[in-house]
Design a protein around this ligand. Structure first.
Ligand code: HAM
Length: 431
C-alpha cells in the first residue's frame, strides 16, 4: 500500500463522480449560451491583495495564501467575482457595457470539511456588469431558477434579502462602514444578540434598536406581504425604504411570466461577502441546510479596484452541492452513454490489422477500444461484457483473407461475418 492519500478536504473524482459533476457543469454552460453570457477563464492564482480586498473577514481567514518563488504574496482564488471585477477595471475597462461573463472551475477555501463543504469545490459563475436596473437583478435570479429547474431539483426556494435595508439604517445612525462590516459578519452567522449589543454600544438610537429587532423577526414566504411589513418597519430610514422598494421591483419582474419560484424573504439576512450593496440571495432545498448558490448586487467593487464606477450583479452556483441535492432527491443525471465497440485480434499476427480497423471506426465517430493487453478472445470478451461494451469486432486470419471480420453483438450474443467495408454501416444500423 502506498503511503499517499489525498490532502484533507481534497477529493478525487473517479469516472462516475466526474461524470455527474461534468453533467451539471455542461448544463450551466448551456444556460450561459442561452442567456448570452460569454465564457472566460481567469487564473487560479491571483494576488492576495485582490482576493482579500472586499471578500470579507470570513473568506479572508480561510484563504490559501502563500509566497511564490518570486516573493509575491498570492492566493488560490476563493471565488470568481474578484477576478471578474479586476478584468472590468483593467482589460475590459473600455469594453461596451453591459458585459455578461460566465466562468466555471474550481475554487479553494480552507473551510472545515463536512457534508457539502470542501476545500476544493466547483462553481458556475454568472456576472452581469453595467446595469443598475431591477431587470438585471431579476435576470440573475432567473438564471439561478432556470438552472435548478432544468436539473430537475424540486421544492427549492430562494432566501432573499437586501443589504441596503440594514446598511441604510446603520448609515443613518452614523455607524462607520468598518463597524457595519463587523455587524454584517455577525448577522451572517445569525448572531443577532451580539449584533444588537454592538450596535447599542456604538450609540445607536432606541428607534434603531427596535427597528432592527423587528427586522430580525420578520421573514416569510409571501414576498409582497413581507416587503410591505418591512417597509412599515423601516419607514423612518429613507435609504432602507428605497432598498425595500428596489427589492419589490426586482421581484415583480422576476416573478413575471412562467418564472415560478418559491421565496423566503428575510430582510435581516446577510451574506459573508463584504462587497454586496443591493439584493442578496441563496437557493436552498429542504433536504440540505447549506446553500446551493449565492449571489447579489455589488455596485462599488469595480471602482474599488480602480475602475470606473460600474454597477454589477451576479451569482455563483455551487456545483458540488447541486450534485448532492440531485442525489438526495434522486434527480436524473442525463449522462449519455454512447455504444462502444472493442476490436480484438484473434492471433498476435492480427494486431496491426485490428489497430487499423480501430482507427477506421473512430474516424467514423464510433467510440472504439482496441484490445491492448494481448488477452485471449474469450478473456477479452468477458471483460467487454463486464464493462457493457456493445459490439466486439473479432479480427481473425481466415475471415481476413476475404476482407471480412466477425461482428459480435454483446447484448444478444449473436454474431455474423461482415465485409470490412460494410462494418461502419452495420454498426451504425444497429444503434
Ligand atoms: P458564496 O456564497 O461565497 O458566493 O459561494 C457561492 C456558493 O459556492 C455557495 O452557495 C456554495 O454552494 C458554494 N460553496 C462555497 N464554499 C463552498 C465549500 N467550501 N464547499 C462547497 N461549496 C461551496 C460567492 O462566491 C460569490 N462570488 C457569488 C457572487 C457572484 N456574487 C456576485 N457574483
Amino acid at each position: 500500500m502506498s503511503m499517499f492519500k489525498t490532502v484533507r478536504g481534497m477529493r478525487d473524482f473517479l469516472p462516475r463522480d466526474a461524470k455527474e459533476l461534468i453533467y451539471v457543469e455542461q448544463v450551466t454552460r448551456e444556460l450561459a449560451v442561452l442567456y448570452g453570457y460569454e465564457e472566460i477563464l481567469t487564473p487560479a492564482v491571483e494576488s492576495y491583495e485582490l482576493l482579500a480586498a472586499k471578500s470579507g473577514e470570513e473568506i479572508r481567514q480561510r484563504m490559501y495564501v502563500f509566497t511564490d518563488i518570486g516573493g509575491r504574496k498570492v492566493g488560490l482564488r476563493p471565488e470568481f467575482t474578484a477576478s471578474v471585477a479586476r478584468l472590468i477595471a483593467t482589460k475590459l475597462r473600455n469594453a461596451p457595457k453591459p458585459l455578461k461573463l460566465f466562468s466555471v472551475g474550481s475554487l479553494y477555501r480552507y473551510d472545515e470539511p463536512q457534508y457539502g463543504r470542501f476545500r476544493e469545490f466547483w462553481q458556475a459563475n454568472y456576472e452581469l456588469i453595467g446595469s443598475d436596473q431591477p431587470e438585471a437583478d431579476a435576470e440573475i435570479l432567473t438564471i439561478s431558477n432556470h438552472l435548478l429547474k432544468k436539473l430537475g431539483i424540486r421544492n427549492y426556494y430562494f432566501k432573499i434579502g437586501h443589504v441596503g435595508i440594514l446598511r441604510g439604517i446603520l448609515n443613518q445612525e452614523g455607524i462607520m462602514e468598518e463597524q457595519q462590516n463587523q455587524i454584517m459578519q455577525m448577522l451572517d452567522k445569525k448572531r443577532w444578540k451580539n449584533a444588537l449589543t454592538t450596535i447599542k454600544q456604538l450609540g445607536a438610537s432606541r428607534q434603531c434598536l427596535t427597528t432592527l429587532k423587528k427586522i430580525s423577526e420578520t421573514k416569510g414566504k409571501a414576498a409582497f406581504d413581507i416587503l410591505k411589513e418591512t417597509e412599515d418597519t423601516v419607514q423612518n430610514y429613507r435609504n432602507a425604504v428605497a432598498a425595500v422598494e428596489n427589492l419589490r421591483q426586482i421581484l415583480v419582474v422576476a416573478k413575471a411570466g412562467e418564472n415560478k419560484f418559491e421565496t423566503l424573504i428575510e430582510p435581516g439576512f446577510a451574506r459573508g461577502l463584504e462587497y454586496y450593496t443591493g439584493i442578496i440571495f441563496e437557493p436552498y432545498v429542504p433536504e440540505l441546510e447549506i446553500a446551493l448558490g449565492g449571489g447579489g448586487r455589488y455596485d462599488k467593487l469595480i471602482e474599488l479596484f480602480g475602475g470606473e464606477s460600474t454597477p454589477a450583479v451576479g451569482v455563483a452556483q455551487g456545483i458540488d452541492r447541486i450534485v448532492l441535492a440531485m442525489k438526495k432527491q434522486k434527480a436524473k443525471f442525463k449522462i449519455q452513454e454512447e455504444k462502444r465497440a472493442v476490436v480484438i485480434p484473434v492471433t498476435a499476427e492480427m494486431k496491426t490489422k485490428a489497430f487499423e480497423i480501430s482507427s477506421m471506426l473512430r474516424n467514423a465517430k464510433i467510440p472504439t477500444e482496441m484490445e491492448v493487453v494481448g488477452r485471449s478472445v474469450s478473456k477479452a470478451l468477458s471483460d467487454a461484457n463486464r464493462r457493457k461494451v456493445a459490439y466486439a469486432v473479432l479480427v481473425g486470419p481466415e475471415e481476413l483473407e476475404e476482407e471480412k471480420i466477425v461482428l459480435r453483438y454483446l447484448t444478444t450474443r449473436k454474431q455474423k461475418t461482415v465485409d470490412i467495408k460494410e462494418l461502419v454501416k452495420k454498426i451504425k444500423a444497429a444503434k
